[in-house]
Design a protein around this ligand. Sequence first.
Ligand code: BMA
Length: 313
Amino acid sequence: MFTQQFAQRYPGNPVLEPNSNWWESKAVFNCAVAEHDGKVHMLYRAVGDDGISRFGYAVSDDGFNFVRSHIPAYESPAGDEWERLGCEDPRITRIDDTFYIPYVGTSVYPVAEQRQPTFKIGPPWRCRVSMLSTTDFKSYTRHGVILPEFDDKDAVIFPEKIGGKYVMYHRLLPDIWISYSDDLINWYDHKPVMTPKAGSWDNERIGAGAPPIKTPEGWLNFYHGVDDNRVYRLGVFLSDLDDPSKIISRSKMPILNPEHAFECVGQVCNVVFTCGVIERDGQYLIYYGGADSSIGVATLGKDRLKDIEMISE
Ligand code: BMA
């Protein structure tokens, strides 16, 4: 079931693994990528001895062999009420000369502000979409929480204004939502646009993965879908170029399933999860976390997109 795959794994996977640095000793995964000055810049989620999630930085000429920094690129201020547990799952979108980086700030609710009356087990987790920006991947500006209203994840910003507005997809369980903005900081007109599909590989929850890529057929979105067994797979969907709240179609089958050891066994088993894709030499390079523990790359020829069986929404 759900076995069709189109993406080809890089034979040298994983391209990044935990190492002896205390802040990235447990896991490195779910990375954002951007091309700048001929290099591939990567911001990845790193978890260390203290269990806190931070962002590490790595850079590559060829997109496969990365040199990493020995210190975190960004860590949440200690005790920050929105990011007490750190920062997760960045995505990078270049607009003009600035790279905007929405990410998930994780925390726990103050006791007086419990998330839901139905929440019975464990701590009351809180997650919000926050944002950083940079022009050089050396220093970062912190913009704070940009979607204060919701427990929210998986935010991707479109690389250009559409109809005079900035546009973002994000995820309120279990759906993908859209929001609009005039300044990238204040977002409005939130509404759901795509929902899990019953009986499918993405029937339990879905979330945007890489920031949307413009193609003649529509905005190409690499996204993750989860099934009842909590298997995370990758697929693609297309949305309307002029009105991305209209989803055109989604892949009937996944384009990547967790199969290799580093994707099946780790902090969370059976997970492939992307936060970034770049286009190089006629193919998409899909960067993904495997089992919430290390990072792999898979490629998909642009000429193969037409062979993916899509189902209309
Ligand atoms: C999601 C996020 C990701 C993670 C995935 C699988 O909710 O937390 O960071 O990769 O679950 O555990």
